[in-house]
Ligand binder design. Structure first.
Ligand code: COA
Length: 258
């Protein structure tokens, strides 16, 4: 439990942050976070599991509300046993692997030792006020209170979509003069106390027929090879003969020792 946390933003506003165990009626409360490309809604692991995270891991899923009670941000995390034989704390399969392990462990009653952050979203009208960093620090607190002392995050840096041709390892390690990451969202993780520990090269997959990709993107998908799609962090691979295209999104591993 977080208890009633009123977080004050630099803008002078405040938000009320709790776990969903404390306010289960807010599970799934919708708000418009903007800029989420349609193709990203078609990951099958997320379709199978994401909606259940707020039930199964309600003590480490958070919601923030404004003074009038409207949901303005959320954060989701799961717990898994990274120390089990055959596993590592930051698997190459990133987001998808952590989710699958977490639900498998829950089903089999395995005791978890690590939390995995799946998402932090801020309502479009509340962005750029520091709320994402506030939510990340609240998530760290919630995980620690749940008895786990490590939070790993397969971070999706949305700004990478402006540079789809660069490698994720290069992008993630580009620093500003002050020693913080050039990417704003990675910078937020670093400021909150996270450490860059590598890249998850195959973290989030979207595979579909060419007809599906055309519907998701309004692009022709009429040639073989790498295709740059708005909102994609790296190119999508198109195979005309096989009638499919596949997006393999790399994410950036940050580890928060709590
Ligand atoms: C990514 C996201 C969570 C950031 O939320 P936020 O509350 O606006 O972030 P903050 O205000 O804490 O800003 C963090 C940094 O990002 C910068 N930033 C925020 N939005 C930005 C934008 N659209 N363009 C450029 N920089 C931006 C801020 O200036 C700040 O940089 P600083 O370190 O120089 O101060 C939010 O944009 C969002 O919900 N996006 C959609 C969902 C998503 O992609 N989530 C991340 C993957 S799970």
């Amino acid at each position: 439990m977080l208890g009633a946390v009123w977080a004050h933003l630099d803008s002078g506003e405040h938000v009320h942050i709790t776990t969903l165990a404390e306010r289960p009626q807010l599970a799934g409360a919708a708000f418009d976070a903007g800029e989420w490309p349609e193709f990203m809604r078609h990951n099958r692991v997320a379709e199978a599991f994401f909606w259940r995270t707020t039930e199964v891991f309600a003590d480490i899923c958070l919601v923030a509300t404004s003074a009038d009670g409207t949901a303005v941000a959320d954060a989701h995390a799961v717990r898994f046993a990274a120390g089990t034989a055959g596993r590592v704390q930051q698997p190459p399969g990133g987001w998808e692997q952590v989710v699958v392990w977490a639900f498998d462990d829950t089903h089999r009653g395995v005791v978890a030792d690590t939390a995995g952050a799946l998402n932090i979203s801020v309502a479009a009208t509340w962005q750029r006020r520091g709320l994402a960093g506030v939510m990340l620090r609240a998530l760290r607190d919630a995980v620690r209170r749940s008895g786990v002392d490590t939070l790993v995050a397969p971070v999706r840096p949305p700004a990478k979509a402006r540079e789809p041709g660069s490698g994720m390892a290069t992008y993630a390690t580009e620093m500003r003069d002050d020693g913080l990451p050039r990417d704003p969202w990675l910078r937020t993780h670093a400021r909150a106390g996270g450490q860059f520990v590598g890249v998850a090269p195959a973290s989030w997959l979207v595979a579909g027929s060419l007809a599906q990709w055309r519907a998701w993107t309004a692009m022709p998908f009429d040639c073989d090879g790498a295709i740059e799609v708005p909102g994609a962090l790296v190119p999508v691979h198109c195979d005309i003969g096989a009638d499919h295209a596949v997006y393999v999104e790399p994410n950036v591993w940050f580890r928060h020792d709590l």
